[in-house]
Unconditional design. Structure first.
Length: 365
């Protein structure tokens, strides 16, 4: 591990991050929800959606764009359809409450459509598919982002989308669920922040600069003059990532949230999400045992494919995250020094002693 990276034991990281989140004035239950969700993102290897988001959250809070101790509000209750508003509350709370309402309705009606708008950053969307899968439900999630545009449309030379995640989850009795969760950009914006903080370049064909030319410098999505991420799929398949990002804007944005990325939020620190979710109870649609037997058989058949040179094996969505979670739970969570300094600076801005946060993390004072 680099000398510029701290490896923080999970127990210590839990303590340190909870100290910081209390600085928002959050209730204890909100502290647990926010800290737990962010740390879990780091555990799964999605550092872009983990504790490194806290400086952005602190800036949004101090600007008035993030409202602690806020709960989801029901705007429309049509039985198997819910329209919800997050009132700019912590997405880690709003997302969990929205899914709980949707799960209850899907169990009662066989399915539920949840249209959630105006939530502050929902974090790793896979967490909400995992919540649904734990209740035995299949789910699909289309998410848009209301913040500074950061992803160029296929063929475009500037940013017009957010990273607009898509996620789907399928429960499997006796096994871990299949959780597919990805940004519609080649890489998530947070990964460029992590790369810049580590002094690393990003892979080729991920970014364009402020003139629309290819670049590997991560700064073009972090500090001005801004360039843009590219949609996934590359030169030949970028229309697929761009098309899915577009649908996330129409469903998660226009339909669920009533706002799309064209809303100019570039001067604000807050990150708002809209999420269009479909929850399905397999018991109401088919014979669950037969469904899961076929799903399991197909999974095993896919994984039995001969391994191609340069690969370790065929992985199913969710497996890399589970492997990384086990590794980091046992050996600690790596956090680069620049990100950690930004986190302790955020603590100070919230009135939390950064020395106390450092000591809690085992990094001295």
């Amino acid at each position: 591990m680099s000398d510029n990276t701290h490896v923080i034991p999970l127990e210590r990281l839990n303590h340190a991050i909870r100290l910081l989140v209390r600085g928002f004035g959050s209730s204890q239950s909100e502290v647990e929800a926010v800290a737990g969700n962010l740390i879990d993102a780091n555990l799964t290897g999605h550092d872009s959606h983990g504790i490194g988001m806290l400086p952005r959250y602190a800036a949004a809070f101090l600007e008035g764009g993030l409202k602690p101790n806020t709960h989801v509000q029901v705007q429309l209750d049509a039985g198997a359809m819910l329209r919800l508003d997050g009132d700019a509350g912590f997405g880690q709370v709003i997302g969990r409450e929205a899914m709980a309402l949707g799960i209850e309705r899907a169990k009662a009606h066989g399915s539920c459509i949840v249209a959630l708008g105006n939530s502050h950053h929902l974090g790793r969307i896979g967490a909400w598919a995992e919540q649904a899968a734990a209740a035995g439900l299949v789910s699909m999630h289309f998410v848009n982002v209301i913040s500074r545009a950061i992803v160029a449309p296929h063929g475009g030379a500037d940013a017009r989308f957010g990273t607009n995640p898509f996620c789907a989850g399928v429960p499997m009795t006796g096994r871990d669920p299949v959780i597919l969760d990805f940004a519609t950009s080649v890489i998530a914006q947070g990964k460029t922040r992590v790369a810049m903080n580590k002094g690393e370049l990003v892979a080729p064909e991920c970014l364009i600069d402020d003139t629309g030319r290819p670049t590997r410098e991560p700064r073009y999505t972090v500090v001005p003059p801004f360039g843009a991420l590219l949609p996934f799929g590359g030169a030949l398949g970028g229309h697929k990532g761009s098309g899915l990002a577009f649908m996330c804007e129409l469903l998660g944005g226009a339909l669920a949230a009533g706002a799309t990325q064209r809303t100019d939020e570039s001067s604000k620190k807050r990150v708002l999400n809209g999420m269009f979710s479909v929850l399905i109870d397999p018991d109401a649609l088919t014979d669950r045992a037969a469904f899961e037997a076929e799903a399991l058989a197909f999974t095993d058949w896919v994984k039995a494919s001969p391994v191609r040179e340069g690969f370790d094996g065929v992985l199913i969505a969710g497996e890399p995250e589970r492997a990384r979670r086990a590794e980091r739970t046992a050996h600690g969570v790596p956090v680069d020094a620049t990100t950690w300094r930004e986190i302790t600076d955020a603590a100070a801005s919230l009135g939390v002693d950064p020395g106390e946060v450092n000591r809690a993390a085992g990094l001295g004072g």
